[in-house]
Design a protein around this ligand. Sequence first.
Ligand SMILES: [Zn+2]
Length: 278
Amino acid sequence: MARHALMRTELLPTFGMPDKKVDGFIARIRERHPKMIFGYPSAMSHIVPCAEQRGVRFDDLGIKVVFCTSERLYNHQRETIVRLFGCPVANGYGGRDAGFIAHECPNGNMHVITEDIVVEIIGEAGRVLPHRQSGKIVVTHLATRDYPFIRYRTGDIASLSEETCSCGRGLPLLTDIQGRNTDFVVAAEGTVLHGLALIYVVHDLNEVRTFKIVRKNREHTRILLAPEAGGDMTGIDTIIIDGFRCRLGAKVTVKFVDAVLAEKSGKFCYVASHVVLH
Ligand SMILES: [Zn+2]
């Protein structure tokens, strides 16, 4: 976490946010007086009702901006974040690997940061699509510190528009971005946790090639597992069931399958939830 020390940033985990953790999170923000906050929209907007219930405010801390990325930012989330933090929300689109790809302007349009990167929209067989046609987002970014991204697929779908935005920025617009739904899940007793908290239970197991977590309802979660060739799966289901049960407090079943298919975007959707969040 050298980067965090250097940048004087701090990473506050929002996994499995029962009340106690939210209290810690709120206290830390008040203590640190951050200038900027970065976070998943779902995590940030989850903090709002908790803070408001406790009569906590953040709008007196001088926070300049809340950056949201990685997930779709819904209007109701934006409104609640603005209300609590008393500053604008800057919505960015990007992959955690590829960095920011587009930033939202005050008019609500997503401008591709073409000073830095090349974005292409491709269709079948890697063919570059014309404006206004939806396809896979592919990013080329040569000026990265670590290694260049060449035609990197973010896993999301969008189209480029030739329209110019009335905000005056000449940067092209990325429209109809799809594929970034919130991955929040709700446990049996109502605790809300980020889907990554579940994903990591399975992701770190070398024996597992691909998987999919299907929340059938609050009481039942099924995990589809495709083992690595030659992977010894003895006891794996018990590890997974225990890991999930302590987070979700629900019935968990594991089903071994030959393969887990990717979504239309080409990206694996690790969590499919039929549980309604509100
Ligand atoms: Zn604009």
